[in-house]
Design a protein around this ligand. Structure first.
Ligand code: THU
Length: 157
């Protein structure tokens, strides 16, 4: 675990990683063939999943992370305790810049973000701690960031 995140219960960790893998199954990625799954753990213990949804215009593509946030927030859920992201790449893949800014909008700077390797189960079986999940936070991924509270600052004329 990274020193800059709070900890989540081990069963929530496993549940969230599993949900990210499930979310990846519904990726609509006919152009990149790069599947991504994301899962958000809410403060009430609910899990909200998202997959990447591509578009023939390319620019209309929505990443898995933003799918999960838009699903949650549009249903009135804005309070999160962790996020997990998985792809088909063996090493852990990190959210894109646009998703980082969306994470910044809704999550504490030290909320755990679990970057899950595709071979998580294999690594678990090999005894690698947490299946090789890399734990980070938006504070680490987007340092010196702009956020909602900046709009509250006093401004000159
Ligand atoms: N993608 C995500 O879903 N999340 C990221 O953070 C990185 C990129 C998707 C977008 C696109 O469908 C595919 O991965 C290739 O960029």
């Amino acid at each position: 675990m990274s020193a800059s995140t709070w900890s989540i219960q081990p069963d929530d960790h496993v549940r969230l990683v599993k949900a990210a893998f499930e979310a990846k199954e519904f990726a609509y990625c006919r152009y990149s063939n790069f599947r991504v799954g994301a899962a958000l753990l809410t403060t009430t213990g609910e899990i909200i999943k998202g997959a990447n949804i591509e578009n023939a215009s390319y620019g209309g593509t929505i990443c898995a992370e933003r799918t999960a946030f838009v699903k949650a927030v549009s249903e009135g859920v804005r309070s999160f305790t962790a996020l997990a992201v998985v792809t088909d790449v063996a090493s852990a893949i990190s959210p894109c810049g646009m998703c980082r800014q969306v994470i910044r909008e809704f999550c504490a700077e030290n909320m755990p973000i679990l970057l899950v390797p595709a071979d998580y189960e294999k690594r678990l079986a090999e005894g690698i701690p947490n299946g090789g999940v890399k734990e980070t936070s938006i504070g680490e991924l987007l340092p010196d960031s702009f956020g909602p509270e900046d709009l509250e600052r006093p401004r000159g004329q």
